[in-house]
Design a protein around this ligand. Structure first.
Ligand code: ADE
Ligand code: ZN
Length: 366
C-alpha cells in the first residue's frame, strides 16, 4: 500500500474570523444576500429571472447567457455565462434598488456580512452603472450608501469606505464627468476611483481614463484598477503607467511577465487577489493551478479577497481556510495576509495603526 501523505493541519475558520483584517476587493453589487434580493424584487413587484433556489446560477437564466461566451468555469453557475453574463445579472439585481432607504439597507447588510467574517475594515467597490435607477444621480446613490455605512459603523459593524468604479466600456467624457462630480461634491466615504468590468469588452483603458485618473489623484482620491484578469500583463502595465494605480484588482496574470513581477515588487504595488472568483469564472481550472503562491514567493504584496461573495457562494473566512489547505499555509502566513490587507487598504492611518496593533497583540498572546 502506498504511504498516505501526512494530513495538512486544517486552520479553523473560527481562528481566521478572530484575526483583525481588511477586505479590499469586494463589489457591493456582488454581496446581495438571497433574502435581500427577494425582498427587493417583492417590494418592486418584479419577477425573478429564474427560480429563487438557483438565482445566483447565472448560467440558468436565458436573459444573462450569451451562448458565444463559454469561459469554461465549472465550480458554480457563474462560469457558464462568463463574466459578461454575470455583469448583466448585476445590472438586473442593482436595478431593484430604487430608493435611498433600499440603498442604505443594502450597505448596512454589507457591513453586517463583512463583520460576520471577522472583517474590520472594507474598501467596497461600487459601480453606479449597474444601478440603473440612479443614472444621473450617482452622488445621491453614494450619499444613500454612506448613510447605511454610517449607521452600520455606529452599531459597531465593519468600517467601510467606497471605491467609486468606472465601467471600462464608459467613455473618457463620462469618466471625467464622474470625477468632476466626485471632486465637486466630495460625498462622504468615497475615498478612491476604480475601474472594473470585462477587460475583453474594451481595449486598454489607460489612455482613455488618464485625464479622469489624474484629476482624481490631484484631488487626493486613491486609485485601484481591475487588470490582469481577462487581459494579460499588458493591462497591468497600462494601469500602472497611465492611471498611477496604487493597487491592482486581480492582477494575477502578472505572473506571466517576470519584468512586471519585479516592478510590482520594487514599487510595493499590492495585488488584490480573489482565487475563488478566478476559478469560478474560468480563469484557472482549480486552486492547484492558481498563481497566488508564486506571486507571494516572488515577493509581491498580495491581499486575499472574495470579489463577489454572494453569487460566488463564498465567505472570506472560508476562502482563507481553503487557500490555507490548498497552498499549505499555516497561521503565520494567514497573519501576514491579515497584516497586508490592513496595510494595503485605504483606511485612515489611525484605524490601520489600531488594527495592526490588535493583530500583533493577538499574536503575542497566542
Ligand atoms: N464586477 C464585478 N465583479 C467583477 C469581476 N470579477 N471583474 C470585473 N468586474 C467585476
Ligand atoms: Zn472585482
Amino acid at each position: 500500500m502506498p504511504a498516505l501523505a501526512p494530513a495538512a493541519v486544517r486552520i479553523d475558520e473560527q481562528d481566521i474570523r478572530l484575526l483583525p483584517k481588511a477586505e479590499v476587493h469586494v463589489h457591493l453589487e456582488g454581496t446581495f444576500a438571497l433574502v435581500d434580493l427577494l425582498r427587493l424584487a417583492k417590494e418592486n413587484g418584479v419577477a425573478l429571472p429564474g427560480p429563487a433556489a438557483t438565482i445566483f446560477d447565472v448560467s440558468t437564466h436565458d436573459a444573462f447567457v450569451r451562448p458565444e461566451i463559454t469561459t469554461g468555469g465549472t465550480a458554480h453557475g457563474v462560469g457558464g455565462a462568463g463574466l459578461s453574463g454575470f455583469l448583466r445579472f448585476l445590472d438586473w439585481q442593482c436595478g431593484l434598488v430604487r430608493t435611498p432607504e433600499q440603498a442604505a439597507r443594502i450597505a448596512y447588510a454589507f457591513a453586517a456580512r463583512q463583520t460576520a467574517s471577522g472583517i474590520r475594515y472594507s474598501d467596497v467597490i461600487v459601480n453606479p452603472t449597474h444601478w440603473n435607477a440612479w443614472h444621473g444621480r450617482e452622488i445621491e446613490l453614494m450619499q444613500a450608501l454612506a448613510a447605511g455605512l454610517d449607521e452600520a459603523e455606529q452599531d459597531g459593524l465593519c468600517v467601510t469606505n467606497i471605491a467609486y468604479s468606472l465601467l471600462r466600456t464608459q467613455t473618457a467624457i463620462e469618466a471625467e464627468q464622474a470625477v468632476a462630480a466626485l471632486v465637486g461634491h466630495r460625498p462622504s466615504r468615497v475615498v478612491a476611483l476604480s475601474i472594473d468590468g470585462d477587460e475583453k469588452a474594451s481595449g486598454p483603458t489607460g489612455e482613455k481614463f488618464r485625464t479622469a485618473f489624474r484629476a482624481a489623484e490631484a484631488a487626493g482620491l486613491h486609485r485601484t484598477v481591475h487588470a490582469g484578469e481577462s487581459s494579460g500583463p499588458a493591462g497591468v502595465w497600462d494601469a500602472l503607467d497611465h492611471l498611477h494605480a496604487e493597487r491592482i484588482d486581480h492582477g494575477v496574470r502578472s505572473i506571466e511577465d517576470p519584468v512586471l513581477v519585479q516592478r510590482l515588487v520594487d514599487e510595493g504595488i499590492p495585488l488584490d487577489v480573489c482565487p475563488r472568483s478566478n476559478i469560478t469564472l474560468g480563469l484557472y481550472p482549480d486552486w492547484a493551478s492558481h498563481p497566488l503562491p508564486l506571486l507571494v514567493e516572488a515577493g509581491v504584496r498580495v491581499t486575499l479577497n472574495t470579489d463577489d461573495p454572494a453569487p460566488l457562494a463564498c465567505t472570506l473566512d472560508e476562502d482563507w481556510a481553503v487557500a490555507a489547505g490548498a497552498f499549505g499555509y499555516g497561521r503565520p502566513e494567514l497573519v501576514r495576509f491579515a497584516a497586508e490587507s490592513i496595510r494595503a487598504s485605504f483606511a485612515d492611518d489611525d484605524l490601520k495603526r489600531d488594527l495592526l496593533a490588535e493583530l500583533s497583540d493577538l499574536e503575542v498572546a497566542t
